[in-house]
Design a protein around this ligand. Structure first.
Ligand SMILES: [Cu+2]
Length: 165
């Protein structure tokens, strides 16, 4: 009846030995993470394919957009805070309210907005920044684009093969 116990002991000492050997060999089992450090998926791929990229610079206290007039469609706003305060970008209009996350000074973020026909107010929703001048207006009009230059001409809207209306 002592057999299993002996065996366990043997196994234990074998393990200890192995551990010692491993220790001597310098091959430390724990830190073999020398491989590729795969970057975390921090980059939210919120921008659907075909979204037109727009840049928005948030300064103290001014908003500069790369364009003021739009055609209906989906846009990926690349928001960069070049100021010294936290800022954010809100796009408010016929599509409702779309707000980026708050961006710290020197940071940037991207958020995606689908714009419909109409006028939108674009402003910083942080504190009183809107009244300090961080607001502008954009106009969305016209037919959905096939921007001859910017987008790789999506043949048709992939999301609605039929008609969504
Ligand atoms: Cu602000």
């Amino acid at each position: 009846m002592t057999e299993p116990r002996t065996r366990a002991l043997l196994a234990l000492s074998a393990a200890a030995l192995a551990g010692l050997l491993a220790g001597c060999g310098g091959a430390n089992g724990g830190g073999s993470s020398s491989g590729t450090t795969t970057p975390p998926p921090a980059q939210k791929s919120t921008a659907p394919a075909g979204a037109t990229r727009v840049t928005a610079e948030l300064a103290d206290f001014r908003i500069t957009l790369s364009q003021q007039t739009f055609t209906p469609g989906t846009y990926a706003f690349a928001v960069t805070n070049t100021g010294h305060h936290d800022h954010a970008l809100e796009v408010e209009g016929p599509s409702g309210e779309n707000r980026s996350s708050t961006v710290a000074p020197g940071e940037s973020t991207t958020f995606t907005v689908t714009l419909k026909d109409g006028k939108y107010e674009v402003y910083c929703p942080v504190d009183g920044h809107k009244d300090l001048g961080m607001k502008t207006e954009i106009t969305v009009a016209g037919a959905p684009v096939n921007n001859p230059g910017t987008t790789p001409a999506t043949p048709s809207t992939p999301t609605s093969p039929g008609n969504g209306y």
